[in-house]
Design a protein around this ligand. Structure first.
Ligand SMILES: Nc1c(NC[C@H](O)[C@H](O)[C@H](O)CO)[nH]c(=O)[nH]c1=O
Ligand SMILES: CC(=O)[C@@H](O)COP(=O)(O)O
Length: 158
């Protein structure tokens, strides 16, 4: 279902696990930081609102979305970390660079989760325009950071 048909910030709260003792790593891309900081705010507030302790949430910044994979790996390899959330925004430019980044990050983040057997969440916006990004970072379509955080919580209750 297209995001335009649903809000990224609306989700079921049935059967959520206790996350009061869970530790979360959040990797944030510095590219398009107006967007990624908004995604982080959404993810942080969602984790806190469902019982996470702020002292158990660790933010690490990376230069761009391409680096989210290695940043996620450096967090996921830490035994104490229960889940990793990756936040980025890759905006289509004039060339195919967009495609290479998005493909690499999607596959890379997937592989980190499989390698370390823990939730590593793809919270990366891949819009054509800045407006589409704004709409999904606390705008009319909700906040992708909320979606990423509740996804991490639900996977911890698997
Ligand atoms: N154009 C965007 C980038 N580009 C930078 C890459 O992510 C990477 O840091 C660089 O290729 C060096 O490895 N990154 C974004 O997150 N968003 C963009 O729109
Ligand atoms: C996704 C990107 O890396 C992109 O912003 C780069 O822009 P361009 O394709 O015009 O070089």
């Amino acid at each position: 279902m297209a995001t335009s048909l649903k809000s990224l910030s609306e989700y079921s709260t049935n059967n959520l696990p206790d996350i009061s003792q869970k530790k979360f790593g959040i990797v944030v891309s510095e590219w398009n930081d107006q967007i990624t900081d908004a995604l982080f705010s959404g993810a942080l507030e969602t984790l806190l609102s469902h019982g996470a302790q702020k002292s158990n949430i660790y933010r690490k910044d990376v230069p761009g979305s391409f680096e989210l994979t290695l940043g996620a790996q450096w967090l996921a390899e830490q035994e104490a970390i229960d889940a990793v959330i990756c936040l980025g925004c890759v905006i289509q430019g004039e060339t195919r660079h967009f495609d290479f980044i998005c493909d690499a990050v999607a596959h890379g983040i997937t592989n980190v989760g499989l390698k370390f057997n823990k939730p590593v969440i793809f919270g990366v916006l891949t819009p054509d325009t800045m407006q589409q990004a704004l709409d999904r970072a606390g705008g009319k379509h909700g906040n992708k950071g909320d979606e990423a955080a509740i996804t991490a919580i639900k996977m911890l209750g698997f």
